[in-house]
Design a protein around this ligand. Structure first.
Ligand SMILES: *[C@@H]1O[C@H](CO)[C@@H](O)[C@H](O)[C@H]1NC(C)=O
Ligand SMILES: *[C@@H]1O[C@H](CO)[C@@H](O)[C@H](O)[C@H]1NC(C)=O
Ligand SMILES: *[C@@H]1O[C@H](CO)[C@@H](O)[C@H](O)[C@H]1NC(C)=O
Ligand SMILES: *[C@@H]1O[C@H](CO)[C@@H](O)[C@H](O)[C@H]1NC(C)=O
Ligand SMILES: *[C@@H]1O[C@H](CO)[C@@H](O)[C@H](O)[C@H]1NC(C)=O
Ligand SMILES: *[C@@H]1O[C@H](CO)[C@@H](O)[C@H](O)[C@H]1NC(C)=O
Ligand SMILES: *[C@@H]1O[C@H](CO)[C@@H](O)[C@H](O)[C@H]1NC(C)=O
Length: 461
């Protein structure tokens, strides 16, 4: 009896460890001009205990560096090739030959994603070609006898028209029949996954009054939400978001397609006009979500309890060339110099107590005060000149005070004039969505640059 019991136990343990528990991977984005080499990056990926890596292209240097490792790899067909591939099997075959066959099986390519967040772009021609391109790529893999590679495409939450309550999850009407239905049919037929990018940070930061921070960070001890439609009770925002997509798939008649978390994470920094982007929250979110993904037995979500959620955390590095607000450049587990932003173990096995204490969060409440937009340190002077001209050409009287004789003309320097122009531009266009970014040439400050009779226009929060 004892022997049989032990045998059973050990089988259970090894089976759970190898098959049932979720493996956590990392997204390796390369939008930085200061990032470590591919081979160094692969060493760093191993040191984080990542079991998978996802890249946004099929960079041959990275695929070479991943040869003979035990890291599973996800590669991506660039968005711009989708239209051509959808209409040309030869082109699909060529792409698969040069980007998969050339590295497989020594590099453990397991996922081939066709484009990235295609539905989030306004390029509707690519929408219509997405599923046909996925089918062509899938045929090419089959023709090459490659059966271990699943074909999919990552979606953001904006594929949903309604996500609340989760049981009301519905795909947008403009894509539901046109893109999602054929995509789900393809994913179901090929036993692939619905790849989903899930960021509780975004709904929380746009409504921090009604959504509790600890609920978004998977830390809630006393906040639950019961969905009146399904009767399911939620303890965190992440589950709500994933289940909204599961309900949307159910509604189209596909209740069995597995979900793969293609991206999730939390920003460790950002701009003054952003909230909750700090190391404390990023570490808390990522450690909690990794614990969830790696728990044995798996926890799943309320709509699919006990199911594995395979995943990739976003992202390996802080990427200094990602456009958009400052948070976009602060999702890294690592700084570009390879140092950890905070302690993290993607196996989820390191207890919290073994990590160094985290810095207290400073921006969990919205900043209240004035902000100005200045030329960033180290900005390229010739690029600043072009950005100055652009900013001055926008809005009303944007640059009048820096003209000769104007109150802000002196000091008569490019950086001073451009800083004025950026602040003036931003103060006029912030409400309409204008950003203090200028391709990385600008950054926010809370220190009033005005002096003498020169008053810099600022943004008041
Ligand atoms: C797609 O095909 C057209 C026509 O063959 C070609 O002109 C174009 O450069 C191709 N686009 C890409 C991104 O390769
Ligand atoms: C299809 O792609 C192949 C390989 O790139 C190219 O040689 C061929 O001209 C393309 N066919 C059409 C109809 O564009
Ligand atoms: C459910 O979603 C629809 C749109 O698909 C929306 O009009 C409706 O308000 C939602 N119901 C609730 C209770 O939020
Ligand atoms: C999805 O795939 C399963 C298993 O292959 C199959 O039984 C089911 O009919 C498919 N669903 C649809 C709606 O095609
Ligand atoms: C939990 O929340 C309820 C209702 O908001 C409150 O009455 C109760 O005191 C809270 N318990 C703890 C331990 O915070
Ligand atoms: C500055 O940018 C210009 C054009 O964008 C480029 O030609 C030049 O090499 C850059 N200078 C430096 C020092 O990077
Ligand atoms: C510029 O002035 C016009 C007329 O007063 C106004 O309608 C417009 O909104 C202003 N533009 C900006 C960017 O403030």
């Amino acid at each position: 009896m004892g022997f049989v019991f032990l045998l059973f136990l050990s089988l259970f343990v090894s089976f759970s460890g190898a098959e049932i528990s979720g493996k956590v991977g990392v997204n390796y984005g390369q939008l930085g001009n200061n990032l470590p080499s591919p081979s160094r990056s692969v060493e760093l990926i191993k040191s984080l205990n990542a079991k998978r890596v996802k890249i946004y292209d099929a960079n041959p240097d990275i695929l070479k560096a991943l040869k003979h490792t035990d890291i599973q790899v996800s590669i991506m067909v660039p968005n711009q090739l989708i239209v051509n591939i959808s209409a040309n099997q030869t082109l699909a075959d060529d792409w698969v030959r040069s980007n998969v066959v050339a590295f497989y099986p020594d590099t453990m390519i397991r996922y081939l994603l066709v484009g990235n967040e295609i539905i989030s772009s306004t390029d509707t021609q690519t929408w219509d070609n997405l599923v046909p391109a996925m089918r062509k790529i899938s045929s090419s893999l089959k023709a090459h006898g490659i059966r271990k590679v699943k074909v999919g495409t990552p979606s953001a939450m904006d594929v949903l028209q309604s996500s609340f309550p989760p049981s009301n999850g519905t795909f947008r009407s403009d894509i539901s029949g046109r893109v999602m239905k054929p995509m789900l049919q393809f994913l179901n037929r090929t036993k692939s996954f619905f790849f989903l990018d899930v960021y509780p940070y975004f709904p929380w930061s746009s409504d921090p009054v009604n959504i509790k921070l600890d609920y978004a960070l998977l830390q809630a001890t006393n906040t639950t939400y019961t969905d009146p439609g399904s009767g399911l009770t939620y303890t965190n925002m992440f589950d709500q978001m994933v289940d909204a997509v599961i309900f949307a798939m159910n509604r189209l008649g596909y209740p069995d397609i597995r979900v793969f978390i293609a991206e999730t994470g939390w920003p460790n920094g950002g701009d003054y006009d952003q909230i909750g982007c700090n190391i404390y929250n990023a570490a808390t979110y990522n450690r909690n979500v990794v614990k969830k993904f790696t728990s044995i037995p798996p926890v799943g979500t309320p709509a699919r309890p006990g199911r594995v959620l395979p995943s990739f955390i976003f992202s390996l590095y802080n990427e200094n060339q990602k456009p958009g607000p400052g948070t976009e450049r602060h999702f890294g587990l690592l700084y570009p110099n390879a140092l950890e932003v905070y302690g993290i173990d993607l196996t989820g096995k390191t207890p919290e107590s073994e990590f160094k204490p985290l810095p207290e969060p400073t921006n969990n409440e919205p900043y209240k005060g004035k902000i100005w937009c200045m030329v960033a340190k180290g900005a390229n002077k010739s690029d600043v000149g072009s950005a100055l001209s652009y900013a001055c050409s926008q809005g009303n009287k944007t640059c009048d005070p820096i003209q000769p004789g104007g109150k802000c003309h002196k000091p008569d320097s490019l950086v001073w004039h451009a800083s004025y122009a950026f602040s003036s531009y931003w103060s006029q266009f912030k409400k309409a969505g204008g950003t203090c970014y200028f391709n990385g040439l600008a950054s926010q400050t809370i220190k009033d640059p005005s002096y003498g009779s020169c008053k810099f226009p600022g943004v008041t929060l």
